[in-house]
Design a protein around this ligand. Structure first.
Ligand SMILES: Nc1ncnc2c1ncn2[C@@H]1O[C@H](COP(=O)(O)OP(=O)(O)OP(=O)(O)O)[C@@H](O)[C@H]1O
Length: 388
């Protein structure tokens, strides 16, 4: 069979063009459930074709946000637009029905119809949308081949693996050519290898449909590898919004610094004393001037990247904190050493070689004379102009 592009197929089959995607604009969006505020006034704007990841710990409001995009929850404040079209307003003056939003949703549980074959599952939304039999068949073939599951077309969900079921769920979502693809932790039920594989597939689906994708996960590695834009959420609010690189290189808060990165950056809480920073009895360099002039609570959080710290069995002397070895893992051609600082804070140090220690053994961690960034006591980045 000669491979054909999506456009070729669309032209040949005379299907609705479907190409396309919509920009996404979320403005001051809120969701209150009785006394609980799940989403607390978030604003996000991404261009058509973006891959937006909503990232954050459990309970931060990611799923509720996604459900509002899908139309499964109605906002209690703010507005959502797909392209020029207002999809939902918190005051209820505009609420487009889920089926009319041109958005498709995939959950972590696949929710396939057990008594329909793979093909029937995939063609079901097209039947509901009253596509002709020929168009359904043709679009069914197209997405079966895009997800590389054509040979499973006549099987039932109970006769295929979890990874294959997830592909069927994705094929079913994209069959009606939605402009916005919504994913709620779609890989969390898969084992580690399948997760990586399916991640690649999803990226391919995203590119080949050209749709705007919104993807919920608590896994920063997924976010870093897939996203064009990340909204890092905490307590219903956006902690930081930007490209993966911006979040990694310029975390705006201590939370962002410790949530993103493999390993994430280390935060050491320092006391300001006579213009110097001190932690664990060690001098951590000059206090940034903004801190010295600040609100006087005397705390600055210093950020050190794993590559900025040094750890060794022998290290003693100025700038060296007496720590406890916890574990070590090889990463690319380096080793990431996990250590516990004197107050129990886990820190990560990267170095060229493993250490010859057992968990619980002592080792020295050398802090450089200048941290990579400073945050105030509340965790907000201090723009010192001195930050590297
Ligand atoms: N239907 C509901 N009724 C009441 N509270 C809710 C409801 N749905 C969500 N919440 C609350 O809203 C907050 C945000 O929940 P949400 O599911 O959006 O978080 P999440 O970031 O997706 O978490 P997870 O990763 O655990 O799914 C939580 O405190 C949750 O308990």
């Amino acid at each position: 069979m000669t491979p054909t592009t999506d456009t070729d197929r669309a032209e040949r089959t005379g299907m609705r063009s479907g190409a396309s995607s919509a920009s996404l604009a979320i403005t001051d969006l809120r969701k209150d459930f009785g006394g609980t505020t799940a989403v607390d006034g978030i604003s996000i704007d991404v261009p058509a074709g973006s891959f937006l990841v909503l990232l954050g710990p459990s309970g931060c409001g990611k799923t509720t946000t996604l459900r509002m995009l899908a139309g499964l929850e109605n906002p209690t404040g703010g507005e959502i637009r797909f392209g020029d079209r207002v999809i939902a307003r918190g005051d209820g003056t505009e609420l487009v029905a889920p089926a009319e939003r041109e958005a498709g949703l995939v959950f972590q549980s696949y929710a396939l119809w057990p008594h329909k074959t793979v093909r029937q599952n995939i063609e079901w939304p097209l039947t509901v949308a009253k596509w002709s039999r020929a168009d359904r068949r043709s679009r069914g073939d197209e997405v079966l081949s895009l997800l590389a599951i054509a040979e499973l077309a006549d099987r039932y969900p109970g006769e295929i693996s979890g990874g294959q079921q997830q592909r069927v769920a994705i094929a079913r979502m994209i069959a009606p050519q939605p402009k916005v693809l919504l994913f709620d932790e779609p890989l969390s039920n898969l084992d580690a290898r399948l997760r990586v594989e399916t991640r690649g597939e999803l990226m391919r689906v995203h590119r080949s449909t050209g749709a705007t994708s919104v993807y919920v996960t608590h896994d920063q590695v997924e976010a870093m590898t897939m996203a064009t834009h990340i909204a890092l959420m905490k307590d219903g609010r956006i902690e930081q919004f930007g490209t993966p690189r911006e979040l990694l290189e310029s975390p705006r808060t201590a939370f962002a610094a410790t949530f993103i990165g493999t390993p994430p950056a280390n935060i050491v809480e320092c006391r300001v004393h006579d213009g110097r920073l001190r932690a664990y009895g060690v001098d951590c360099g000059a206090a940034p001037s903004v801190a010295a002039d600040g609100d006087g609570d005397g705390v600055v959080r210093a950020m050190y990247r794993a590559s900025s710290l040094a750890a060794s069995e022998e290290a003693t002397g100025p700038g060296v904190v007496a720590a406890t070895f916890a574990d070590q893992v090889p990463m690319a051609d380096r080793w990431v050493i996990g250590v516990d600082l004197p107050d129990g804070t886990r820190a990560h140090v990267s170095r060229d070689t493993p250490v010859g220690l057992l968990p619980g053994d002592g080792l020295g961690v050398r802090l450089p004379s200048e941290p990579d960034a400073y945050f105030d006591a509340a965790g907000e980045r201090l723009d010192t102009g001195e930050n590297r």
